[in-house]
Design a protein around this ligand. Structure first.
Ligand code: BYC
Length: 304
């Protein structure tokens, strides 16, 4: 009975709030997805953080610093949303450190040149926006409201990345080559971000029934590809997919086969940077122990 009422609310597009009754499966599904999303934002600071000290101008450095700080903010909104489901921040961190919680596969690739900052902003944030715009309508209130704030910042991120790519693509021969190389390396991992094909996605069924996800992995991936091809053409770069072709009938691009062995290898911990990313997070967490202790002692003193 409670479950039927819950589903009725979802079907009527009403938001579920923290104190409302919800099935255990809905709660655990959300904890998994929101925490994964939060971890992605925080781990995602590492590949870009790698270039802050080497930004090519003061302007570029200020923009990159602001962007990386925004990612930290997104992580914090998302951890807060996740905590409303009855799990603590400590537990979420420990799930990440023990390898029980995932984060987006994309952040396990290295950033080898300044052009990678462009490719990440343009493609990775671009892919994230496509997903997050649809998640603004997710059924869980705190997650949905978090997404609205995050999307506003994400569109600035996408533009700053595209600006870097556009400048490099229209710069010297070497700069154009660097931009093309970054696109070559980040294109396929970016379209993998949307997850497995719908037919191989075990979570999509419940996610769509509960309106946690509003579009499937394949729908979102197609939206992203259709949007991005013209942007690449405009700045004279070539998407590294020989099978990419406009399909009149579908009014969409057909594209080549994704390397799912690579995707699952990265998801299961064997990407080029998995170990480095996780070790860095664990070290930063341990190094920050004294800050947490001091903040806790201060709060206790204020309350006593
Ligand atoms: N990477 O049944 P499926 C950002 C896992 S950060 C790793 O389709 P679901 C940014 C999936 O978790 C943006 N794992 O699952 C930050 C599941 O495993 P579990 C991050 C992946 O949940 C800094 C299994 O594969 N965005 O914007 O229905 C700088 C089967 O998949 C991935 C979000 O997190 C992957 N790519 O769909 C720049 C958005 N794909 O958990 C930018 C929120 C799949 O059962 N999340 N898996 O063990 C989602 O929308 C969904 O969770 C996903 C996957 C589309 C990612």
């Amino acid at each position: 009975m409670q479950e039927q009422l819950f589903q009725k609310k979802i079907d009527a597009e009403q938001k579920i709030e923290p104190k409302d009754w919800m099935p255990d499966g809905y709660r655990s599904h959300l904890i998994r997805q929101i925490s994964q999303h939060a971890h992605s934002e925080i781990i995602g600071m590492q590949p870009e953080g790698n270039w802050i000290t080497r930004a090519p101008s003061l302007r570029a450095k200020m923009i990159l610093l602001a962007k990386v700080q925004d990612e930290a903010g997104h992580g914090l909104y998302l951890y807060s949303a996740c905590e409303t489901l009855g799990i603590s921040r400590d537990e979420l961190n420990s799930q990440l450190h023990q390898g029980k919680a995932k984060y987006s596969s994309i952040f396990n690739y290295p950033t080898l040149s300044w052009a990678d900052m462009g490719a990440i902003g343009w493609l990775v944030d671009g892919a994230a926006i496509v997903n997050q715009v649809s998640l603004q309508k997710t059924s869980y209130g705190p997650y949905s409201r978090g997404m609205v704030k995050i999307c506003k910042e994400e569109s600035f991120h996408q533009r700053q990345g595209y600006e870097i790519m556009s400048e490099m693509a229209n710069g010297t021969k070497e700069q154009k080559e660097m931009a093309q190389d970054a696109l070559n390396r980040f294109w396929w991992p970016s379209i993998m971000m949307f997850g497995p094909h719908d037919s191989d996605s075990p979570r999509t069924g419940n996610a769509m029934k509960w309106k946690i996800k509003r579009k499937t992995n394949d729908e979102l991936r197609q939206d992203f590809i259709d949007k991005t091809v013209a942007q690449a053409e405009l700045i004279g770069l070539k998407i590294p997919d020989p099978d990419l072709k406009w399909n009149e009938e579908r009014s969409s691009y057909d594209f080549g086969e994704i390397n799912w062995d690579e995707f699952w290898g990265v998801v299961n911990g064997n990407g080029p940077c998995n170990e480095q990313r996780l070790n860095h997070h664990i070290k930063a967490h341990e190094d920050g122990e004294w800050v947490r202790k001091a903040a806790k002692a201060y709060a206790e003193k204020q309350n006593s």
